[in-house]
Design a protein around this ligand. Sequence first.
Ligand SMILES: [Zn+2]
Ligand SMILES: [Zn+2]
Length: 300
Amino acid sequence: MDCGLCNKKPAKVELKYLGKTICNSCFIRITKRRISKNIRVNKLVEKGDKIAVAVSGGKDSVLTLRVLAERCKKLEVPLVALYVDRGDEFAKKCGNIAEKVAKALGVKFYNLSFKKELGVSMADIIKITGKIGANRCSVCGVFRRRVLDRKARELGCNKLATGHNLTDEAQSALMNFVKGELKNFSHFGAISPKSGFVRRIKPLREVPEEEARKYVELKKWDHIPLPCPCRIGSLRFNFMSYLEDIKQVRPGAEFAICKIGDELAKVSEKKLNGAAKKCTKCGELTSREVCRVCEYLTFK
Ligand SMILES: [Zn+2]
Ligand SMILES: [Zn+2]
């Protein structure tokens, strides 16, 4: 069968939501175009920006870093890479890959650790997880976001890029629906509102997970092919499989869910306008009296 777009090369990649199977070169071309369009339309990278990108060594962050390195070079926008080391063996391997990729692109690499930045070890995370009855990933995620935010700010960056793809976003939206928390939509979308110190940007926001993987594999880019081992049993892990079921019935579901999520993000922004408070313990922005980081640290 020939490619459903160029009609020349052999069809290799099935895009169910388009009802087409296309060749590898068309796949690379349209994916690249989709990412560029997201960056342009949502103004993710602009002249005068200084951008930090969170790298984990996984496929999404490697793709994000490479896309941004190219884009930022063109616009003469400074770019730095931030890696957060949790302090275990898996993290060490990921850090090495992340550093290698960043250095090859000429992007300054910062190796941050929970230990240095927050005084927290992996043993502490396990202890906290047990006491609050949460999954390790949720505790880890709260700490990681804090370390990244703070470092980006320290370095004078106005934006922090993450590797979130369309599938991650659709999962987040589903989780937010089920929790019934409108305020959770405030970090939804390709770019977060101006209210925070550092805006979050998601260059891969329009790319489904399997396509990000395919892209990195076709390009033969160095990355850690395994997801974090802690994620099994997390709430997100369950939603991952629900979303897969939904996609069987409606292949375009991720796009549709995110579209509704974007509308809710606007409502959330309007409703919460200026509602962010400062944590009474550490002074960081939070929607609560005491932020999650400070709350978790008391269980150490
Ligand atoms: Zn083609
Ligand atoms: Zn705090």
